[in-house]
Design a protein around this ligand. Structure first.
Ligand SMILES: [Zn+2]
Length: 157
């Protein structure tokens, strides 16, 4: 298997709202596998389909040996809050301190096409929220202060 190409900011696909996944078949499972392979290849801990050029609601995450593959993920409940510095394979030069809830309940379709509900906290909860942001066209730079953003845009052009 060869890794998929990672789309980088300011690629327009990263700004699109992704469409829902209709069903999970062998084809979708293959995409999950390719995404996992690609994420590991580039040493990431999460990846969303638009990052590999597919504008559909698929995400994956791998934190401390736990692998999550989800289609149409939806946050049902969020509690607590924490500020952690985040990076992104699609925005290679940026590190942004982002405040997010740190306990979330997520619903979605797993790789077998079954609806699952997952309550998670800490780093995995953070990664899932970061990837769900991608499905809505949102990037870590959108969480930057105006001054930091200005500085980042100057450096990246
Ligand atoms: Zn990202």
């Amino acid at each position: 298997m060869a890794p998929l190409q990672i789309k980088k900011y300011p690629d327009k696909i990263l700004r699109q709202k992704c469409t829902p996944v209709e069903s999970i078949t062998a084809k979708e499972r293959e995409l999950f596998d390719e995404m996992l392979f690609t994420m590991r290849h580039f040493c990431g801990i999460g990846l969303a389909a638009p990052q590999v050029g597919i504008s559909k609601r698929f995400i994956i995450a791998e934190v401390e040996g736990v692998i999550i593959r989800l289609a149409n993920p939806e946050i049902l409940d969020a509690n607590g809050s924490d500020i952690v510095s985040e990076g992104c394979l699609s925005v290679p030069d940026a590190k942004v301190d982002i405040k997010r809830p740190d306990i979330i309940t997520v619903k979605g379709l797993n790789e077998e096409g079954k609806t699952i509900k997952l309550k998670t906290s800490g780093l995995l909860a953070r990664v899932l929220q970061h990837e769900i942001d991608h499905l809505n066209g949102k990037l870590i730079i959108d969480h930057m202060s105006i001054l930091t953003k200005l500085n980042f845009n100057l450096k990246s052009t």
